[in-house]
Design a binder for this molecule. Structure first.
Ligand SMILES: [Zn+2]
Length: 330
């Protein structure tokens, strides 16, 4: 769809945009630090939010990463984005939050505090736990300004996610965002209870989730794919220029299936993320530590390997590989 047609559906940039009491007008850039909480030590924790506004009206786009504190590829994607000046749009506004869950980040942890996943804490509460407060802040103070956004993630634990976007594709705006981003895999993913995506959806705003790489590790391929997709998406709204046009093969995935360990042991995968697989194809092996028993892990269907668990020690029922099924070429 031509960008000019798409952009007509987006409301114009508001004349003023106020975050934490600081008003940013069209044509202005501002780095705002929002004090979100104090650590038990008394240290104040600020969330940095970079607001960059063009004079020309256009969409207000939220770009955020690190909602899961150990998923650092997205933090690096947005660091490169800001460092290169790409956050300064030709039109409209970018709201960039490279690291939302500072608590998890400094503790190398997915959660804000033990047992509190921010992305399961929406809509949140201003008097709740840290995770719930972060969720409430984003819902009450950030989302109302936003037309749409991208939330950058990686696989959890030691699971590597091949670069992919997740969105409810029957929603027109979400579909357009996924198409504009043009990741190798576009997954039709329902809304998870308590997620940012679900809360934003209730407010009539689409948030595209990008997943690439694994937690606590930089993956240059996933970082590059994420930045290139972000730039393509902004280019489709005439807010930036695309760095790399989308030329590679892309697939739409209607369903995902986790292949789980039938017995405990040590897992060794035979396939790489992104690879096509056939029914009954051997995907890996789980063996015990003595070499007495082993069992083959077979593919239940035709599809593509979307994620691989790289933690060798597995218990019964642990997720080993995620297979995208019901795929079609885009
Ligand atoms: Zn995540």
């Amino acid at each position: 769809m031509p960008a000019s047609r798409k952009s007509k559906k987006i409301k114009s940039t508001p004349e003023y945009l106020t975050i934490n009491g600081e008003t940013v007008e069209p044509g202005e850039d501002r780095d705002i630090r929002v004090p979100i909480a104090r650590l038990p030590s008394g240290t104040e924790i600020d969330i940095p939010i970079m607001v960059s506004r063009a004079k020309e009206p256009g969409p207000v786009v939220l770009l955020m990463a690190g909602l899961h504190g150990d998923e650092i590829n997205g933090v690096e994607i947005l660091r490169r984005f800001v460092r290169s000046g790409y956050n300064k749009p030709f039109r409209g506004t970018t709201l960039t939050i490279p690291l939302v869950n500072i608590f998890g980040f400094i503790n190398y942890n997915r959660e804000a505090v033990p047992g509190k996943d921010v992305n399961r804490s929406f809509p949140g509460s201003k008097t709740g736990s840290l995770g719930s407060r972060l969720a409430a802040y984003i819902r009450q103070e950030i989302l109302p300004w936003v037309d749409f956004g991208i939330d950058f993630h990686t696989g959890g634990g030691s699971r590597y996610n091949f670069p992919q976007t997740r969105a409810v594709l029957k929603d027109k705006q979400s579909f357009e965002l996924a198409e504009a981003f043009a990741a190798p895999f576009s997954i039709d993913a329902s809304l998870r209870p308590g997620s940012l995506r679900q809360t934003a959806s209730k407010m009539g705003k689409s948030i595209l989730v990008y997943e690439g790489g694994e937690s606590l590790r930089f993956d240059q391929f996933a970082i590059a794919e994420g930045l290139e997709g972000l730039m393509r998406l902004l280019a489709s709204y005439n807010m930036q220029e695309a760095l790399v046009p989308q030329t590679k093969q892309r697939h739409l995935v209607e369903k995902m299936t986790w292949v789980r360990a039938k017995q405990a042991g040590m897992f060794q995968p035979f396939v790489e993320p992104g690879e096509p697989v056939q029914p009954k194809q051997r995907l890996g092996i789980v063996g015990d530590t003595l070499g007495n028993s082993r069992f083959m892990v077979e593919s239940p269907c035709e599809g593509f390997v979307l994620a691989v668990n790289y933690a060798p020690v597995v218990n019964m029922g642990d997720a080993l590989l995620n297979i995208g099924r019901k795929t079609r070429l885009l």
